[in-house]
Design a protein around this ligand. Structure first.
Ligand SMILES: [Mg+2]
Length: 210
Protein backbone atom coordinates (compact mmCIF):
# COMPACT_ATOMS: atom_id res chain seq x y z
CA UNK A 1 0.00 0.00 0.00
CA UNK A 2 1.30 3.47 -0.78
CA UNK A 3 -0.13 6.92 -0.29
CA UNK A 4 0.65 10.63 -0.60
CA UNK A 5 -0.32 11.35 3.01
CA UNK A 6 -2.05 9.86 6.05
CA UNK A 7 -4.74 11.38 8.26
CA UNK A 8 -5.18 9.77 11.69
CA UNK A 9 -8.37 10.53 13.58
CA UNK A 10 -9.26 10.10 17.20
CA UNK A 11 -12.71 8.49 17.39
CA UNK A 12 -14.80 9.52 20.41
CA UNK A 13 -15.97 13.16 20.12
CA UNK A 14 -13.81 13.55 16.96
CA UNK A 15 -14.84 11.11 14.22
CA UNK A 16 -18.14 10.43 16.03
CA UNK A 17 -20.36 12.69 18.11
CA UNK A 18 -20.41 10.28 21.04
CA UNK A 19 -18.16 8.95 23.80
CA UNK A 20 -18.89 5.28 23.10
CA UNK A 21 -18.11 4.14 26.63
CA UNK A 22 -20.88 6.40 27.93
CA UNK A 23 -23.39 4.66 25.65
CA UNK A 24 -22.21 1.29 26.96
CA UNK A 25 -22.33 2.50 30.57
CA UNK A 26 -25.90 3.64 30.05
CA UNK A 27 -26.76 -0.05 29.64
CA UNK A 28 -25.29 -0.83 33.05
CA UNK A 29 -26.87 2.22 34.72
CA UNK A 30 -23.47 3.90 35.28
CA UNK A 31 -23.51 6.56 32.56
CA UNK A 32 -23.28 9.58 34.84
CA UNK A 33 -20.31 8.29 36.81
CA UNK A 34 -18.48 7.07 33.69
CA UNK A 35 -19.10 10.38 31.85
CA UNK A 36 -17.58 12.32 34.73
CA UNK A 37 -14.44 10.14 34.77
CA UNK A 38 -14.15 10.32 30.95
CA UNK A 39 -14.31 14.11 31.01
CA UNK A 40 -11.55 14.33 33.63
CA UNK A 41 -9.36 11.91 31.64
CA UNK A 42 -9.86 13.88 28.39
CA UNK A 43 -8.90 17.11 30.21
CA UNK A 44 -5.69 15.37 31.27
CA UNK A 45 -6.55 15.62 34.98
CA UNK A 46 -6.31 11.87 35.66
CA UNK A 47 -4.33 9.01 34.12
CA UNK A 48 -6.11 7.61 31.06
CA UNK A 49 -5.23 3.92 31.46
CA UNK A 50 -6.15 3.79 35.17
CA UNK A 51 -9.43 5.55 34.47
CA UNK A 52 -10.17 3.26 31.52
CA UNK A 53 -9.75 0.13 33.63
CA UNK A 54 -12.07 1.68 36.23
CA UNK A 55 -14.70 2.62 33.63
CA UNK A 56 -14.58 -0.75 31.85
CA UNK A 57 -15.16 -2.52 35.18
CA UNK A 58 -18.64 -0.91 35.30
CA UNK A 59 -19.56 -2.89 32.15
CA UNK A 60 -19.13 -6.30 33.79
CA UNK A 61 -22.04 -8.67 33.14
CA UNK A 62 -23.55 -6.82 30.17
CA UNK A 63 -24.59 -9.21 27.36
CA UNK A 64 -22.26 -9.28 24.36
CA UNK A 65 -25.20 -8.12 22.18
CA UNK A 66 -24.82 -4.56 23.57
CA UNK A 67 -21.69 -4.19 21.42
CA UNK A 68 -23.51 -4.48 18.08
CA UNK A 69 -26.47 -2.50 19.44
CA UNK A 70 -24.21 0.33 20.60
CA UNK A 71 -22.14 0.30 17.39
CA UNK A 72 -25.37 0.92 15.47
CA UNK A 73 -26.08 4.02 17.61
CA UNK A 74 -22.77 5.79 16.91
CA UNK A 75 -23.22 8.99 14.93
CA UNK A 76 -20.38 10.00 12.56
CA UNK A 77 -19.54 13.68 12.98
CA UNK A 78 -20.84 16.06 10.31
CA UNK A 79 -18.46 16.09 7.35
CA UNK A 80 -16.70 12.81 8.29
CA UNK A 81 -17.76 10.78 5.25
CA UNK A 82 -17.18 13.75 2.91
CA UNK A 83 -13.67 14.36 4.32
CA UNK A 84 -12.65 10.68 4.08
CA UNK A 85 -13.83 10.57 0.46
CA UNK A 86 -11.76 13.68 -0.26
CA UNK A 87 -8.69 12.16 1.46
CA UNK A 88 -9.00 9.14 -0.83
CA UNK A 89 -9.54 11.30 -3.93
CA UNK A 90 -6.33 13.19 -3.12
CA UNK A 91 -4.35 9.95 -2.81
CA UNK A 92 -4.29 9.84 0.99
CA UNK A 93 -5.21 7.21 3.54
CA UNK A 94 -7.49 7.61 6.55
CA UNK A 95 -7.02 5.89 9.90
CA UNK A 96 -8.79 5.85 13.26
CA UNK A 97 -7.14 5.11 16.58
CA UNK A 98 -9.24 4.98 19.71
CA UNK A 99 -8.91 4.60 23.45
CA UNK A 100 -12.40 3.10 23.06
CA UNK A 101 -13.21 -0.36 21.76
CA UNK A 102 -12.46 -2.26 18.55
CA UNK A 103 -15.83 -4.06 18.71
CA UNK A 104 -17.47 -0.65 18.13
CA UNK A 105 -14.80 0.73 15.79
CA UNK A 106 -14.74 -2.12 13.22
CA UNK A 107 -18.34 -1.45 12.01
CA UNK A 108 -17.49 2.27 11.77
CA UNK A 109 -14.32 1.47 9.81
CA UNK A 110 -16.44 -0.41 7.25
CA UNK A 111 -19.13 2.29 7.13
CA UNK A 112 -16.65 5.16 6.58
CA UNK A 113 -14.16 3.20 4.40
CA UNK A 114 -11.28 3.82 6.79
CA UNK A 115 -7.98 2.23 5.77
CA UNK A 116 -6.71 1.43 9.29
CA UNK A 117 -8.25 1.17 12.74
CA UNK A 118 -6.98 0.28 16.20
CA UNK A 119 -8.60 0.33 19.65
CA UNK A 120 -8.89 -1.60 22.89
CA UNK A 121 -10.57 -5.00 23.04
CA UNK A 122 -13.32 -5.64 25.58
CA UNK A 123 -13.04 -9.15 26.97
CA UNK A 124 -16.08 -11.36 26.43
CA UNK A 125 -16.66 -14.72 28.13
CA UNK A 126 -19.79 -16.85 28.11
CA UNK A 127 -21.64 -14.23 26.04
CA UNK A 128 -21.04 -11.47 28.60
CA UNK A 129 -18.56 -8.62 29.06
CA UNK A 130 -16.13 -9.49 31.84
CA UNK A 131 -15.43 -5.85 32.79
CA UNK A 132 -11.83 -6.30 31.62
CA UNK A 133 -9.73 -5.58 28.54
CA UNK A 134 -7.52 -8.01 26.64
CA UNK A 135 -4.26 -7.14 24.94
CA UNK A 136 -2.27 -3.93 25.01
CA UNK A 137 -4.13 -0.81 26.20
CA UNK A 138 -4.42 1.88 23.53
CA UNK A 139 -3.40 4.98 25.45
CA UNK A 140 -1.64 8.24 24.62
CA UNK A 141 1.70 6.59 23.77
CA UNK A 142 0.10 3.76 21.84
CA UNK A 143 -1.88 6.20 19.69
CA UNK A 144 1.39 7.90 18.63
CA UNK A 145 2.97 4.48 17.97
CA UNK A 146 0.08 3.48 15.71
CA UNK A 147 0.49 6.69 13.70
CA UNK A 148 4.20 5.96 13.25
CA UNK A 149 3.56 2.30 12.37
CA UNK A 150 0.92 3.12 9.72
CA UNK A 151 3.13 5.86 8.22
CA UNK A 152 5.98 3.31 7.98
CA UNK A 153 3.69 0.77 6.29
CA UNK A 154 2.78 3.42 3.73
CA UNK A 155 6.46 4.37 3.36
CA UNK A 156 5.63 7.92 4.41
CA UNK A 157 7.71 10.23 6.62
CA UNK A 158 5.76 11.33 9.73
CA UNK A 159 5.93 14.84 8.21
CA UNK A 160 3.30 13.60 5.71
CA UNK A 161 0.82 12.77 8.48
CA UNK A 162 -2.01 14.77 10.02
CA UNK A 163 -3.43 13.95 13.47
CA UNK A 164 -6.92 15.09 14.47
CA UNK A 165 -8.13 14.86 18.07
CA UNK A 166 -9.93 16.46 20.98
CA UNK A 167 -8.62 14.88 24.19
CA UNK A 168 -5.47 14.66 26.28
CA UNK A 169 -4.76 11.14 25.05
CA UNK A 170 -4.36 12.57 21.53
CA UNK A 171 -1.47 14.86 22.53
CA UNK A 172 1.36 12.42 21.75
CA UNK A 173 0.15 11.54 18.25
CA UNK A 174 -0.46 15.24 17.59
CA UNK A 175 3.12 16.01 18.62
CA UNK A 176 4.51 13.34 16.29
CA UNK A 177 2.35 14.24 13.26
CA UNK A 178 3.44 16.71 10.59
CA UNK A 179 0.29 18.74 11.25
CA UNK A 180 -1.89 18.59 14.36
CA UNK A 181 -5.53 19.65 14.41
CA UNK A 182 -7.54 20.25 17.59
CA UNK A 183 -11.17 19.50 16.78
CA UNK A 184 -13.63 21.09 19.24
CA UNK A 185 -10.98 20.11 21.76
CA UNK A 186 -10.22 20.37 25.46
CA UNK A 187 -8.10 23.43 26.48
CA UNK A 188 -4.77 21.51 26.78
CA UNK A 189 -5.25 20.12 23.28
CA UNK A 190 -6.11 23.50 21.74
CA UNK A 191 -2.93 24.97 23.27
CA UNK A 192 -0.74 22.26 21.73
CA UNK A 193 -2.25 22.08 18.22
CA UNK A 194 -1.03 23.67 14.97
CA UNK A 195 -4.64 24.29 13.86
CA UNK A 196 -7.66 24.81 16.12
CA UNK A 197 -11.15 24.13 14.78
CA UNK A 198 -14.16 25.17 16.86
CA UNK A 199 -17.04 24.32 14.52
CA UNK A 200 -18.23 20.69 14.50
CA UNK A 201 -17.76 20.01 10.79
CA UNK A 202 -14.87 17.76 9.76
CA UNK A 203 -15.21 18.82 6.11
CA UNK A 204 -13.36 22.05 7.09
CA UNK A 205 -10.16 19.96 7.15
CA UNK A 206 -10.51 19.43 3.38
CA UNK A 207 -9.14 22.91 2.73
CA UNK A 208 -5.85 21.90 4.44
CA UNK A 209 -5.23 18.94 2.10
CA UNK A 210 -2.86 19.51 -0.80
MG1 LIG B 1 -11.81 11.95 21.75
Amino acid sequence: MSARFLVVFDVDSTLIEDEAIELLAERSGERERVAEITDRAMRGEIDFSTSLVERVATLKGLPESVLAETAALLRPTKGAAELINLIHERGGKAAAVSGGFIQLLEPLKAKLSLDFAAANTLEVAGGKLTGKLTGEIVDRTSKANHLKKWAAELELPVAATIAVGDGANDLAMMEVAGLSIAFCAKPKVREAADVVLVVRDLAQIGSLLA
